[in-house]
Design a protein around this ligand. Structure first.
Ligand code: OFO
Length: 176
């Protein structure tokens, strides 16, 4: 059985993952408007990844006989104007999420809650990838420059991104 503290903290993390999803969807919309459809695709795939992160926690609470509580999700703020700024903001946001996951892991360890610890360690690894993805794109922008041609080529490359999440990520049975 999970402690109230752990359940509340996991619910907060669900809210943060759903905020992340909305943030990337809002960024994707901006890129669609500017015509960089490949970048919009990358960000929309990221939206699905974030919803998967949220659902994994949601399903864990249900498996542990605890209640997922869905709170109000803040409106995503997209201040970035250029493509480089989009990915700088992405990296910044992922660093925030990494710190949030670390906090959750520390709580699980303090409570000797080993089941939650195991679950959260998956997110620790995931955050390494999240930060690496944004860092790699920023490096590519650095190499190709922020001119129209460079950003267009980046967009073509990011258009190839496909979701890596399991199709049954909702936790619902796909069988009749
Ligand atoms: Fe859920 O990892 Fe990004 O935010």
């Amino acid at each position: 059985m999970l402690s109230k503290k752990i359940v509340d903290r996991i619910n907060l993390q669900i809210n943060r993952e759903m905020y992340s999803a909305n943030l990337y969807m809002a960024m994707s919309a901006r890129q669609s408007e500017t015509g960089y459809l490949g970048i919009a695709n990358w960000l929309m795939v990221q939206y699905h990844e974030e919803m998967f992160h949220a659902m994994k926690l949601y399903n864990y609470l249900l498996d542990q006989n605890a209640t997922p509580k869905l709170a109000k999700i803040d409106q995503p703020e997209v201040k970035a104007k250029t493509v480089k700024e989009i990915f700088e903001a992405t990296l910044e946001h992922e660093k925030f999420v990494t710190a949030s996951i670390k906090e959750l892991l520390e709580l699980a360890l303090a409570e000797k809650d080993y089941a939650t610890e195991n679950l959260v360690r998956w997110y620790v690894d995931e955050q390494v990838e999240e930060e690496k993805n944004a860092t790699d794109i920023l490096q590519t922008i650095e190499l190709m420059g922020e001119g129209k041609q460079g950003i267009f080529m980046l967009s073509v490359q990011l258009g190839k991104r496909k979701p890596t999440i399991p199709l049954d990520f909702t936790g619902m049975s796909t069988e009749d």
